[in-house]
Design a protein around this ligand. Structure first.
Ligand SMILES: Cc1cc2nc3c(=O)[nH]c(=O)nc-3n(C[C@H](O)[C@H](O)[C@H](O)COP(=O)(O)OP(=O)(O)OC[C@H]3O[C@@H](n4cnc5c(N)ncnc54)[C@H](O)[C@@H]3O)c2cc1C
Length: 400
């Protein structure tokens, strides 16, 4: 029951637990080039959160930690942000994308087979994007050819977050090329240790390599690891994409709000508290951050009351990504030359670390991942404003 009393006492319990359990110095454990310390810090944090029941509040009743309402889940996300606790970046795809897809579209046997592994700390990755299929995901070409009781996979995926650590992959592949692009896709659960899988981490400008390319060379996947019917992968993929239901944006916008003192402290350190241009920009940013938090909250309330319309999620995502860019740009500008030193890097960094050059570079993740800003604008124009649909195969007019 979401009575005010229950929600308040959950909030206090989560807050007290976080106060006791957020590992001191977790940022240091995740800074630098040491992969092993990053992975073990993430595993330790996952184990703690999971034991307390705060890693799986979105799972149904009957599973450890499960059965929480959307309001309760929101409280947990807000408190995690407030406590500046680490994000579960290594396990996010497993806990949300994989688990929710299995819960919504998997068979009972698949749920029994895979959910306990996720609870035990298995890492999953999402293999949707390809070098020529990102915004236009339906044009993907990785092939899944049925041969008896298994599929044979050939092709390539890219930008797959944490794929180099993953035990399993949510794979969207083409099993039929004869129809329209969204038909003929099949959704498979692929064991990353299968023969013929190779993974190549992608080095980013930040120095991190949080995603990777995956190559498939005659990889066999049993038919029992297909989710949904053959050729129905597009519909299953929608369950994957909708799996976290806006909670991430609630958490991220709250993190931005709790990080505002970084900018105040920077102004003090740089002795520009009295600078009217800097004060004006900070004031405008505070208002924008507040608006982002309000939009994220409103979006979640719409989901709870069933009044969400197509395009609402795009508004929040776009607002968040633009506000984040303004936040880190202001930090970078105020920190002057000092902010331009070699930033080092931090694996799985939250967005606002006060390491402004690194934060600035990382902010680009959010204007691309999960649908770029341009795509969100198209969705808002077409679905919220009812403007004409973008013509297929549009081309910029070449200058006369
Ligand atoms: C941090 C991060 C993590 C990611 N993790 C994963 C993952 O785990 N698994 C996975 O499968 N993918 C992942 N991705 C990939 C992501 O989904 C794609 O990068 C994204 O969908 C954009 O596709 P693209 O990179 O192919 O760019 P493209 O689609 O080629 O777009 C290039 C540019 O053209 C613009 N553009 C494209 N089409 C239009 C249009 N119709 N109208 C106007 N402008 C347009 C885009 O906005 C962009 O600026 C991740 C990406 C990032 C940045």
């Amino acid at each position: 029951m979401d009575s005010e009393e229950n929600i308040r006492s959950l909030r206090m319990a989560v807050r007290a637990w976080l106060r006791e359990n957020v590992p001191a110095g977790w940022r240091e454990a995740m800074t630098g080039t040491d992969q092993a310390s990053f992975v073990s810090a993430q595993r330790d944090w996952f184990a703690k959160l999971s034991e307390a029941g705060y890693a799986t509040p979105h799972w149904p009743e009957g599973w450890p930690g499960g059965g929480r309402s959307l309001v309760e889940q929101k409280v947990i996300f807000e408190e995690v942000a407030r406590a500046d606790a680490p994000r579960l970046i290594l396990f996010f795809v497993a806990l949300y994308h994989a688990a929710c897809t299995l819960l919504e579209c998997g068979t009972a046997e698949q749920r029994e087979r895979y959910l306990p592994g996720i609870l035990a700390g298995e890492i999953w990755c999402q293999g949707f994007s390809e070098p020529n299929a990102g915004s236009d995901l339906a044009s993907l070409k990785t092939r899944a050819e049925r041969r008896g009781d298994h599929y044979v996979i050939n092709g390539q995926k890219t930008w797959s977050t944490m794929a180099q650590y993953a035990d399993r992959c949510l794979l969207l592949a083409r099993s039929d090329r004869s129809g329209p692009p969204q038909a003929g896709l099949t959704y498979l659960l692929l064991d990353m240790k299968s023969k013929g899988v190779s993974v190549r981490p992608i080095s980013q400008i930040t120095g991190d390599d949080e995603f990777a390319e995956i190559f498939f060379d005659d990889v066999e996947v049993p038919v029992t690891d297909r989710v949904g019917e053959e050729g129905n992968g597009w519909a299953v993929a929608q369950a994957t994409l909708a799996s976290e239901r806006g909670l991430t944006l609630v958490e991220l916008s709250q993190r931005m709000r709790y990080s505002l003192p970084l900018l105040r402290d920077l102004m003090r350190a740089r002795r520009c508290e009295g600078d009217s241009a800097a004060r004006r920009d900070l004031g405008a940013l505070i208002a924008r951050v507040d608006a982002t938090c309000a939009l994220a909250d409103q979006y979640l309330l719409k989901r709870i009351s069933g009044t969400e319309v197509a395009g609402d999620a795009s508004m929040v995502k776009l607002h968040y990504s633009r506000t984040l860019r303004e936040f880190v740009s202001l930090g970078r500008r105020l920190s002057g030359l000092q902010g331009q030193y070699d930033p080092g890097f931090m694996r799985g960094a939250t967005q606002e670390t006060g390491n402004w050059t690194l934060d600035f570079m990382n902010s680009y993740n959010w204007s691309i991942a999960g649908g770029s800003d341009e795509i969100q604008r198209n969705i808002i124009a077409e679905r919220l404003l009812g403007m004409a649909r973008e013509p297929k195969n549009w081309q910029l007019e070449s200058p006369a």
